[in-house]
Design a protein around this ligand. Structure first.
Ligand code: PBE
Length: 270
């Protein structure tokens, strides 16, 4: 078992996703904190789709690769990958995803507010919607199907909330797989409540701005405390935080499990 240096084998590249993602900012911090830049490591910007396709190819050839990884996501179901330990705690431990609504929503649309306030599910449930979408199902259809199959869960969010007639709701999101799943599920539940709901995908900063300027009513995409932390701080005081809708999310760097010698971000320099 010849121990080769990892860096040259992957061109000192961490395969990342879209530039605006919090995981990209955290990874830049990791590059600094773990002294990876000294060894020429760099973060490559791409997209989730491009990253997972590069990962797929590397795994088929059993080549090494370092990616930005997070959970819940089907990459952990589909590929044999592991998180690298993060002894300097750059990415934080567990994260939660919060629901953020515009100020005044509670008095304007109390029924929608109540449902958004109660909305919560777990990583397994979110993953099942994500997996269907990844397998080609239309997100709206995947949401409807999940709602139909999980009446107990959905009634925890809607029980006793009066139906409405003719109200509108506008939700914004970033088109990450997890947020496509959650936003479509919540939008569909609100539709079944009687709202006309539009969902609009955008970049992360405009998404936070939209709720903070009341251009949109809600978003369910706030990965905290670290991943969306900068936006949370920037817009603090201009939105209402309804708390976690999902617990047990995680963000970090990941590698295929066959990279047996690489278990911590610190190992990237070996
Ligand atoms: N993610 C998925 C996002 C949040 C949801 C981890 C890629 C990020 O901002 O990094």
């Amino acid at each position: 078992n010849i121990k080769e240096k990892l860096g040259p084998q992957v061109n000192y590249t961490i395969t990342g996703i879209d530039a605006g993602a919090g995981i990209m900012a955290s990874t830049q911090t990791a590059i600094t904190k773990y002294d990876l830049s000294k060894h020429n490591w760099q973060l490559q910007t791409s997209s989730t789709a491009a990253m997972t396709s590069t990962l797929d190819k590397a795994i088929k050839d059993k080549r090494p690769i370092v990616i930005t990884g997070w959970q819940p996501h089907w990459m952990f179901t589909k590929f044999p990958i592991k998180f690298l330990k993060d002894p300097k705690n750059v990415y934080g431990k567990a994260e939660h995803i919060n629901t953020i609504v515009r100020k005044g929503l509670k008095s304007d649309k109390p029924e929608a507010y109540e449902i958004l306030d109660r909305f919560h599910w777990n990583p397994k449930q979110m993953s099942s919607v994500m997996l269907n979408v990844n397998n080609g199902m239309d997100p709206e259809k995947a949401a409807k199907q999940w709602i139909k199959a999980n009446p107990k869960m959905v009634s925890e969010w809607t029980k006793g909330v009066p139906k409405v007639k003719g109200g509108t709701m506008k939700m914004t999101y970033v088109a990450w797989d997890s947020e496509i799943a959650s936003t479509n599920v919540v939008a569909e539940v609100l539709r079944q409540q009687g709202y006309k709901v539009t969902i609009q995908a955008m970049e992360i900063q405009p998404m936070w701005a939209s709720v903070s300027t009341k251009a949109a009513d809600a978003q369910v995409s706030a990965w905290l405390p670290k991943t969306s932390g900068l936006y949370y701080k920037d817009y603090k005081g201009k939105f209402e935080d309804l708390g976690p809708n999902l617990e047990g999310a995680k963000v970090g760097l990941a590698v295929p499990k066959y990279m047996k010698n690489i278990n911590s971000i610190e190992d990237l320099n070996n």
